[in-house]
Design a binder for this molecule. Structure first.
Ligand code: LLP
Length: 423
């Protein structure tokens, strides 16, 4: 381990066993089986409170709203926790809106991102009276105007502008460059805002951007923020004032030993950009609120030494956690119980019939058949990206709180997987 376990929402107790809050991960496996995602309510709450405190201090009485990016982890229990803490939500589908409402979220604090909103999704969101639509193209603006007109409503909008800054993250999760499919080109933004302001069923409400995810340096975020604040000033000068400004999400977490963004300094930098402008500051954080609050618990099925490598074949696979194969992502891995087995270097692989089904490579572990392994930092973009590939039922999700644990999603069964299929 290159960083203390506690950074990842887990710890080792005096006997060497890995615990989350006051619950041993071995007891979670015993009760709920493996593979299993385990989340810490305290770690989720702490992450939210830390961001909230930083924004509160930086804004010093001026308005702000944390709109949690639901896509990172959309379990109802997670959404309910953040809703109770006062969060807003950033959604990207009608389904996510329904989840937020089911979980007790406030539609008045919902922003709707995404570049392919259907008319039905727009209607659903207008019925719920969400705070704002983040619009990504002129055709989308036209469609929203006509959907709102058909309902006799006005839709509040931000344009998600593409500030053309390089987020310097993995290309698959970088979104703010000109050649990305996202957003309205910065050079076009004024013209599209003028058009938006002229539409009868549209009300201009904000300026938005999002340049990428897992950013460990906030320089590109600050650059993007100063560009969108300048755009807001240009709009105000034209008589199109905005009520909120949002630099999106993207704040990186520690997966290994990254020096990532210091949240207090980032909040102050955003405030420096905004000065005394009478606007609300919105953020759309996903990963930073949930990423380090979850682990994927899995059991070793086989130890498989080969001529060149030793493999640990575990019962979790790329259908449960696709981040390593898809983004070459690194997740720390720990043995859950102090084992009798000798330390060895292993590749940790799943049972799926693909060479890419590798969850971690070259890790020093003491683990044998039947032992439990925890893959850390699996709270964000993990269960939500799971599939049924190889007819593998999706894993259970468990919430730990203090000394208690509860199921927040039961393990799928084979019947769940084939439900809806016909011959
Ligand atoms: N706002 C918008 C418009 C977004 O597209 C995203 C993430 C966020 C906010 C939240 O970003 P965050 O704070 O979580 O970085 N599956 C990838 C990450 C995809 C991110 C997509 N957009 C991964 O596992 O790394």
């Amino acid at each position: 381990m290159s960083a203390p376990l506690s950074n990842f929402g887990v710890a080792r107790d005096a006997t060497g066993a890995v615990t989350m809050e006051q619950v041993s991960l071995a007891s979670v496996a015993e009760q709920f089986g493996t593979p299993c995602f385990v989340y810490s309510e305290a770690a989720l709450g702490d992450a939210y409170r830390k961001l909230d405190a930083a924004l509160k201090a930086a804004r010093n009485g001026r308005p702000y709203l944390i709109c949690y990016a639901v896509k990172a982890n959309s379990n109802l229990a997670v959404l309910n926790l953040f809703a109770r803490m006062g969060a807003g939500f950033d959604i990207v589908s009608g389904g996510e809106l329904k989840r937020v409402l089911m979980a007790g979220g406030d539609a008045g604090k919902v922003v709707f991102s995404g570049l392919g909103k259907t008319a039905a999704e727009m209607k659903l969101a207008l019925e719920a009276d969400i705070k704002c639509f983040n619009i990504e193209s002129e055709p989308e603006l036209d469609r929203l105007n006509s959907v709102a007109a058909s309902m006799g409503k006005r839709a509040r909008v931000s344009l998600r502008v593409n500030p053309d800054v390089d987020a310097k993250t993995h290309p698959y999760i970088s979104t703010g460059l000109k050649n990305n499919k996202f957003g309205v080109a910065f050079d076009r933004a004024l013209a599209v805002y003028r058009k938006a302001a002229s539409l009868a069923n549209i009300e201009v409400s904000g300026v938005d951007c999002h340049i990428g995810s897992q950013l460990v340096d906030d320089t590109p975020l600050r650059e993007a923020m100063s560009r969108i604040v300048a755009l807001a000033d240009a709009l105000a000068a034209e008589g199109i004032p905005v009520h909120h400004i949002c630099p999106g999400g993207g704040i990186g977490i520690v997966y290994r030993n990254e020096q990532t963004i210091e949240i207090g300094a980032y909040a102050r930098a955003l405030q420096d950009c905004l000065g005394d402008r009478h606007v609300e500051l919105l953020l759309e954080p996903g990963r930073m609120l949930v990423g380090n609050a979850g682990v994927l618990l899995t059991r070793v099925e086989y130890v498989k030494p080969t001529e060149t490598k030793n493999f640990l074949v575990v019962d979790a696979a790329m259908n449960d956690l696709i981040r390593p194969p898809l983004y070459q992502a690194y997740h720390e891995v720990v043995a859950v119980q102090p084992g009798a087995s000798a330390q060895q270097t292993y590749d940790i692989v799943g049972p799926i019939c693909e060479s890419t089904d590798v969850l971690a490579q070259g890790r020093q572990l003491s683990a044998g058949e039947g032992d439990l392994i925890a893959i850390l930092s699996a709270g964000a973009y993990s269960f939500v990206m799971a599939s049924n590939y190889n007819t593998r039922p999706r894993a259970a999700e468990v919430m730990v709180s203090g000394s208690s644990m509860r199921s927040v999603r039961k393990r799928e069964t084979f019947d769940d997987v084939v439900a809806g299929e016909n011959i």
